[in-house]
Design a protein around this ligand. Sequence first.
Ligand code: PLP
Length: 399
Amino acid sequence: MINEQMYAYGAESSKIREIFSYACARKAEIGAENVFDFSLGNPSIPAPDAVRKSIERSLAEIPAAELHGYTPAPGLPAAREAVAASLNRRFGTAYTAADVFMTVGAAASVSCTLRAVTCPGDEVIVIAPYFPEYRVWIEAAGAVCVEVPADPETFQIDPAAVAAAITPRTAAVIIDSPNNPTGAIYPRETLQALAAELERVNQAREQQLGHPQPIVLISDEPYREITYGAEVPWVPALYEHTVVCYSYSKSLSLPGERVGWILVPQVSEGARRVMAAVAGAARALGFVCAPALFQRVVIDCVDTPTDVEAYARNRRMLTQALAEAGYTYVEPDGAFYLWVRALEPDAEAFCERARAFELLPVPSDSFGVGGWVRVGYCVAPETIERSLPAWRALAESYR
Ligand code: PLP
């Protein structure tokens, strides 16, 4: 006897992983330098030196039994305090360790939050295009994934469209800015408009039910630090019922080490219950006690800057060349993805043709919309440089 839903997730795997596996096999066949793999969001720049120093210091100074032992379920108090203090310095807030729950990366942050704030049959709104795992995590919680299209030109949130999709079963909305896959950053005014729509629903609900039942805004922010100049507004300052999900996978280039956090500002009895449910969800899902060594890295590196310049250079090189070759794309304000319009309506067919040129972007169908591809430019600059003739030849093949 197996769970057919889980079987299906395992059997189908993700399109991104499938392309990545093809890339590995193809590289073995024709040489790594001849394959242009733009599939994964694996940071191409190494973790900062401060990470190595922190690990070395921990290994030298902390007895092994303590260093590698279990931490408290929500994380080391010092790690939670360090995160709260860093946020307070940056956003003028007054968080404490009690507002922070250390997790096993953003995947766990979002999964635990969804499990905490939904009941089976509840609806969770995502903005299409969206990170494909959202659907898996939502459905695994027994909830229903409701797609609301972003603006088709700018890929910004349309707050009125979100409001129109809200029903009495809407429990949460997930946003992701800087955005995977489009690179869009949601400006303050857009987030304020979204918050106003959600507040309006919350007030109507409270009047009807006789008790508050606010919609939770899940702000998934693994790319917060990767911005090319645009402000990434602090969402809890704009909407009270925000839960922030964070990870160091991208900002410190540590995707394999699995460390991040959930922030639930303890501003009300309702928020305290949400945090308790987050702790319960982490327990139920087996995500307690994030990796101890890397919680200590967080203590030491919580304010270590991200080397955005390397991604900025890749972004410049790729966008200039693709524009010259006649492609259209969304100018990315953040993250390390370029959202490029496919040169035919069927993005899967376009990606098939791109394969003949050894170009491996991800078709947009995986992200819930048709007609586009995601090009992950978190790769070595030489990969981009070598790929440019192939991009030009691909465009030429459509003329
Ligand atoms: N959320 C988004 C938008 C992502 O792009 C990713 C990873 O690419 C995750 C969550 C998962 O991040 P993590 O590796 O920290 O679990």
